[in-house]
Design a protein around this ligand. Structure first.
Ligand SMILES: NC(=O)c1ccc[n+]([C@@H]2O[C@H](COP(=O)([O-])OP(=O)(O)OC[C@H]3O[C@@H](n4cnc5c(N)ncnc54)[C@H](O)[C@@H]3O)[C@@H](O)[C@H]2O)c1
Length: 243
C-alpha cells in the first residue's frame, strides 16, 4: 500500500507540530482525520488542507473510543497531542500529575487501543508517537511531563514488540525545543531569554521548526521506514547526543 492511499489519524493536530504533520501528510495525499479541542483553529486548518477535523478533548477516553470506532479503519496513527506545565516537583499536586499523565501518556494509550485491532486485522499499521527529549534526559521544572514522555517511550517499544508480527511498526520522535505556541506560552511567562536558553541546550544552537519534526514523523509513517520499529528518533538539534 502506498502512503498516498493511507487513512491517517493525528491527535492534537490544530497547532504547532500537529498542524505541520497534518499539512505534510495532506501534501503527500493521505486521507487525514485530526482531532483537537481547539475548535476554531481546527476548522481553519481543515478548510486550508482538506483534512477532516473532529473537535474532541483527548482526555475523554470514551469519546476517543467512539471517534476511533466511527472513523476507522486507519493505517497510520500519530499520537501528537501533549501539554506541559513548568513547576518544580514540590510545587505540583496530584491533580497536576493526573492532568499531565492523562494528556501526554494515557491519551496515546486510548487512541492506540482504539485503532490497533483494525490494524492487526489488516496486518498493516504505522504508529508514530510524539515524545520528547525530556523523556530521555529529564527536565528541570518538568518532572511529571518528563515521566509521562518516558512512559510514552516505554509504551512505544512495548507496543512495537507486541505488534511486529502483524506488520505494524511503532516508533517515537523525541523533539527538542521546537518553536510552537507551546514555547510561545513559556516565553510570555518567562521572557525572551527562554528562547536563547532553549537554543543553548542544543548542539545546533537554535530552536527547531514544527515542519522539521513533521518531516521525521512522515518518514516513520512511510513505506521507506518499513524495517524500523521500536525506535526513538531525536529531532532536537543534537540535544540528545550521547543519551
Ligand atoms: N514544542 C516543543 O518544544 C516540544 C518539545 C518536545 C515535545 N513536544 C511535543 O510535541 C507535541 C506537540 O506540541 P506543540 O509544541 O505543537 O504544542 P501546541 O501547544 O502548539 O499544540 C498542542 C495541540 O494540542 C491540543 N490539545 C491540548 N490539549 C488537548 C486536549 N485535552 N484535547 C485535545 N486537544 C488538545 C491543543 O489545542 C493544540 O492544538 C506534544 O506532544 C509536545 O509534548 C513539543
Amino acid at each position: 500500500m502506498s502512503v498516498r492511499e493511507r487513512r491517517t489519524l493525528v491527535t492534537g493536530g490544530a497547532s504547532g507540530i500537529g498542524a505541520a504533520i497534518v499539512r505534510r501528510l495532506r501534501a503527500a495525499g493521505d486521507h487525514v482525520i485530526f482531532c483537537d479541542r481547539d475548535e476554531i483553529a481546527g476548522h481553519i486548518l481543515a478548510e486550508q488542507t482538506g483534512a477532516i477535523f473532529r473537535c474532541l478533548d483527548v482526555t475523554h477516553f470514551k469519546a476517543v473510543d467512539e471517534l476511533c470506532r466511527d472513523t476507522q479503519p486507519f493505517s497510520v496513527l500519530v499520537n501528537n497531542v501533549g501539554a506541559d506545565q513548568h513547576a518544580f516537583f514540590t510545587q505540583t499536586n496530584p491533580d497536576d500529575w493526573r492532568f499531565l499523565l492523562s494528556i501526554n501518556l494515557e491519551a496515546a494509550m486510548a487512541f492506540t487501543h482504539g485503532v490497533l485491532p483494525m490494524m492487526q486485522a489488516a496486518r498493516f499499521g504505522r504508529i508514530v508517537n510524539v515524545a520528547s527529549e525530556a523523556g530521555r534526559l529529564g527536565s528541570k521544572g518538568g518532572s511529571v511531563y518528563s515521566a509521562a514522555k518516558a512512559g510514552l517511550i516505554g509504551f512505544t517499544r512495548s507496543i512495537a514488540r507486541e505488534n511486529a508480527r502483524y506488520g505494524i511498526t511503532v516508533n517515537a520522535v523525541a523533539p527538542g525545543p521546537i518553536h510552537t505556541p507551546m514555547v510561545d506560552r513559556g516565553v510570555a511567562e518567562y521572557g525572551e531569554k527562554l528562547l536563547q536558553d532553549m537554543a543553548d541546550f542544543t548542539l545546533m544552537k537554535r530552536l527547531g521548526q514544527p515542519d522539521e519534526v513533521a518531516a521525521a514523523v512522515v518518514f516513520l509513517a512511510s513505506d521507506e521506514a518499513s524495517y524500523i520499529t521500536g525506535e526513538v528518533l531525536g529531532v532536537s538539534g543534537g540535544m540528545g547526543c550521547g543519551a
